[in-house]
Structures are given as C-alpha cells and as structure tokens.
Design a protein around this ligand. Sequence first.
Ligand code: PFF
Length: 486
Amino acid sequence: MTTRQRPRTLWLGRWGFVLAATGSAVGLGNIWKFPYMTGEYGGGAFVLVYLACILAVGIPVMMAEIAFGRRGRGSPIDAIRRVVRESGSGAWWSLFGWMAMLCGFLILSFYVVVAGWSFSYLWKTLTGGLNGTSVDDMAMIFAANNANPWHLGFWSTLVTLLTMVIVGKGVREGIERSVSWMMPGLVIMLALMIVYAAFSGGFSDGVAFLFSFEVGKLSSEGLLAALGHAFFTLSLASGAILTYGAYLPDQRSIARTTVSVAIADTIVALMAGLAIFPVIFANGMDPASGPGLLFMSLPLAFQAMPLGTLFGVIFFTMLSMAALTSAISMIEATVAWLNESRGISRAKASWGAGSLLWVISTLAMMSFNVGSEWTLAGKHVFDWLDFLTSRFMMPLGGLGMALMAGFLLRHEIFRSELNLTPVQHALWLFMVRYVSPLGIVLVFIDSLGIVTLDLAAQWPWLLAILVAITAVGEMASPRLKRQLSE
Ligand code: PFF
C-alpha cells in the first residue's frame, strides 16, 4: 500500500530547497564556531575528522529527515505520524516530531540574542561607533552592549520581528524569496572578505592555523565536538530540514540535494575561516574563542586596516544574513504545524509563535543583565537553552530519526523516496542503523559525563562494538529480513 501524501506547498524554483536548506545550515555555527574549532583541535586533522562525521552521520541522517518530510508532507509531528502509520507502527513515535519542533524553537530563542549582537555591531560599524577604540574600549563596549536590557532587547526583538515577517509571508513568498537573494549575496560578500584577507598580510598564518595537519592536537574531545557540530551545522533534529523536505518536489533526488547542501555548508565554513583568521593574525591578535573573536578581536583588527570600516560593514551584514536565514528555518516547523494541524492562518501562526518566542528569548537575553542572578545549577536561562538543545535534544532526536528510518519503518518507503542503487542503499542503511546511532550515543555519553572517553586509546573497542551491534542487528530480527525482501 502506498499512501503518498499530496503536497500542499512546493518550492517554486529548481534551487528552492537547496537554497533554503543551505540558508538554514549556514549560520553562526559556520562563521563563528567552525573556524575556531578547527584551529583549536588540530587544523587539517580536525577538518578531515569533521568531514568524516558529515559523511558518516550528517548526510545519512539528513537524507532520512528529508525523506520523512517528503513522504509525510507536513510539519515534523504530522509527517512522522503519517509515515509511522503507513508502516503500521504506533503514533507515539511522533513524539520525536514534537521534540524536533520544540528543539528548533528553543534554539531560536537564544540564537536571536546572538544574531542581535551581529545586527547591533553592523549598526555600530555603519555609524562609526567603533572608531578609534582600544582593546579595553572594545571589551567595555561589548560588556555595555550586554548590560543594557533595553539595548540588547531591541536588537533581539528586531531579529525576531524580521524572522516572523519572512516566515509569515509563506514558503514561497517569504522563505524562498528571501533566501534566493540572501544566499548568493552572502557568498559574494564572503568571497570579497577572503580577497581582502589575502591582502591583509596574515593570509599564510591564517591558512597555517586552519589547515596545518597537527594530528597530535586531535583529542577525543575534538572528535566528539566534530560529531556534535555536524548535527548543529546541518540543522538536524530541529525540525528545520524535515519541514523544508516536506516542500521538496517528488522528482528531486534527495541524495543529490543533501550532498549539495552539505558541501555548500562545509565550503562556507572553510571560507569563513579564511576570511577571519588572516585579519586576526595580520594584527598580531590571538584567535580568541567565543564572542570575543567576532565581537572584539575582529572589529578591532578591521579598525587598524585600510578600508576597515567598509569590510567591517560587509562582514557584519554577511553574519546577520547568515543568522537570519537560519532563524527562519528554526520556526518554520512550528508555523507549519499551527497552520496545517490547527487551521490557523500562516500570518496569525507566525505572530503567535513569534510572541511566545519573544517571551523566551527576552528571558534568555536577560541572562546578560538583569537576570544574571537567575541561575539553576550554575547555568543561566541562555546557557540552559543551549545545553538542553545541543547536548540533549539534538542527539536524542537524531538517534530517534536514525533508528526509525533504519529499523522501524517499512523499507519500501525509504527505497522509493531515496531511490538509490542497491549498494548505495545498503551503505545508507548501515550508516543509519549502526554508525550514526553509535556516534550519537558516544556524544551523549560524553556530554552527560557518564564515562570519560579516550577515543585514541579506545577505538579498537569501539570498532568491536560496531561490528558486534551490526552482526546482532542483522541477525536478530526476522522482521528486518522480511522488510529487506519486501
Ligand atoms: N545550522 C545553523 C548554524 O550552523 O548556525 C544552526 C541551526 C539552524 C540549528 C537551524 C538548527 C536549526 F534548525
């Protein structure tokens, strides 16, 4: 029995999905986090491990998510319920859809605060507010920016408003239209930044920092960080990719689009490193971590360079656009669900979801000022949102997607959605059944601090576990064999 759902909305253009999904994937994670992690965890060696994580975990799980979305044609909750039902399994599996939707929503509630920093620095650079500042001034400006809830709240509210206006306009008129100019614009600006960095005098140092192959620096911490980042950077298990997949036309190849998005995302992350580090090194600065890199060191470096204001504006425009195209994808699942399942118009759904988002993001924003004392187990609201989503909901959601796709559902569904050659399909199945779950469980164990992992020493054990679970998994269930021969 094939119960293909009829789509209500589809991307209009040939590149609609790829642009929107790349817009979702390319965000603060690429420009802020990836370059720093690369330098920190061993340059080229880390890049290789990261690529392996994208290939072994990111791409297979993303393909499963898109297949869920396209088959079920709806928000994560509805799509998963439909696909699970089609396979004769219990509807409670759609709890994974609820979790994904909530995860995207909660990520957005702290993401808008960081995106707000970017918008406010764009404004400061444009209006000359950073001119002539020293290192200490720069740190003070950042602290003052955060200390004032009205100021910080203004920028995160602006990001929330922009996000809701775009999403409220709909999939084609809002999301597709905005990404179709923002994404090419972003790549052009990034390319300009690299040309600028190439003339900064620090290019070779930047390249060395990013790509020098230091296997010794590659700790198991770096490995697990690479795996966790693969999830975040590809926007997995947060409802974004699944919902965008619901608008993908039937004739498009899921494998090909997934690979395009993963490649584009990785290229942008590497380009961001090439744009940032040469400028930092040319000015004799340390590649500091976290907010300090983009909001203190980099503006300071720009100031010391010719055409620095112009390139500062270009950089923060690019960062703000990257954040915005990710933000819209995080709330699309919620808006789609309110619209389809609750019959609320898109515009109303978007304002409703946006209002709740605003309340939570305001609490997150207050972690930096009036709410700095509101902590639970030593964490602020902002830190809790980050912790719960990236350490808990994303890995758990990814595990659910992989296991549902690998074991639970009728095989014919994925065979027809993915349309791979038998060898490719077997490889995909091996990844979602065994490799991805094992990787995710490792990240989980590590982040909960249950066991201290030392992958360099323990890898033979892990390999043995992988072989064992594969053998048991393939032998144990007669149902699997039946599915395979269906
Ligand atoms: N991929 C985005 C980034 O790298 O910044 C973050 C993200 C977007 C996470 C959308 C989750 C999501 F649903």
